[in-house]
Design a protein around this ligand. Structure first.
Ligand SMILES: [Mg+2]
Length: 324
């Protein structure tokens, strides 16, 4: 007899996170625990409603309904809940534990400069910086300084979190022609993929999709427009693990970058396991998010650094669960 349970968590950031979506003071999510044939498994529901995922309320209601009636079918749009349940059911259990290079995450605005210096000293070589938060003039001025500091030592990804319009995207892409940028991530909002594909054709800077990929079926739908990607895959938001793996198996040529959605150790472990299964992706993973929580809050388990390796034991998850 299976036994399913869930608990909520709330985890304040060291300081509120600034993105093109605004300020974000704390990460809230759910931890799912499933006992199945004597095996215990954990999963994490870490929604990003700005990306169009389900809300925590949707997720908790769906989990309650499943506890009541385990035969119920989960609606496909509950992508985070689906992923958590698949993890708890052990679908990533046999994934290898491969080490991954990590992209350091720079804060928006002027503090990015000092953060870049610190991360370079720590040995990071790939960095991500959020744009679309301040004026373009101020950000491009700062961007030049970041590239100067980076010169010969690393590569930068820029993430606009869907916060630009067509003209601003084009201005950024023209600006970036002269710099060693890995990609510009999601400049335009979901729904404007065709425009992003046109700009990606016109300029040498690759345009990566992130927010656009959150809806069920989006991966398949946009593979034609972006046959080489890059696609930023947040495992927490992929929905069914099986469907994702079958998409990936037939599209090895799409450049995939695995990325965190600000999860606890449970979600991070699952995301790194999924990334470890993907032998076609060697891009630095977007797990600079770990540094954005206080180490002593008890929700982390992996050691943050330029290399991250999955492999936390299930009793670490059991301890996290018991503290909730
Ligand atoms: Mg992004």
């Amino acid at each position: 007899m299976d036994s399913l349970a869930w608990k909520p968590y709330c985890r304040p950031f060291r300081s509120p996170l600034r993105t093109a979506h605004g300020e974000w003071p704390q990460r809230e999510g759910l931890i799912v625990r499933l006992e199945h044939e004597g095996q215990v498994g954990f999963g994490e529901v870490a929604p990003l409603e700005d990306f169009g995922t389900e809300s925590l309320l949707d997720a908790s209601e769906a989990l309650d309904a499943l506890i009541e009636d385990p035969e119920l079918e989960l609606p496909p749009e509950l992508v985070c809940t689906r992923f958590a349940l698949d993890c708890a059911a052990g679908m990533l259990e046999r994934a290898p534990a491969r080490p991954h290079h990590v992209a350091g995450l720079l804060p928006a605005g002027i503090t990015a400069y000092a953060a870049l210096q610190t991360l370079l000293d720590q040995g990071f070589t790939t960095f991500k910086w959020k744009i679309g938060v301040e004026s373009m003039e101020a950000e491009q001025h700062l961007c030049r300084e970041l590239f100067k500091l980076l010169h010969g030592k690393g590569i930068l990804r820029l993430d606009a979190n869907a916060g630009l319009d067509y003209a601003a995207t084009e201005a950024w892409m023209a600006f970036l022609e002269d710099y060693p940028v890995e990609f510009l991530e999601q400049p335009l909002p979901p729904g404007e993929e065709a425009s992003m594909a046109i700009l990606a054709e016109r300029y040498s800077v690759p345009v990566a999709l992130d927010e656009s990929l959150c809806q069920p079926g989006a991966l398949t739908a946009f593979t034609e427009l972006f046959p080489k990607g890059p696609f930023v895959i947040k495992p927490a938001l992929i929905g069914s693990v099986k469907s994702y793996l079958s998409w990936r198996a037939f599209r090895p040529g799409v450049r995939v970058v695995y990325s965190s959605a600000f999860e606890t150790a449970i979600g991070i472990e699952a995301a790194l396991r999924l990334a470890s299964m993907d032998e076609h992706s060697s891009a630095a993973v977007g797990f600079g998010t770990l540094e954005y929580f206080p180490h002593e809050d008890g929700f982390s388990g992996h050691i943050y650094g330029p290399i991250l390796t999955p492999g936390l034991p299930v009793d670490a998850f059991e301890r996290l669960w018991k503290r909730l």
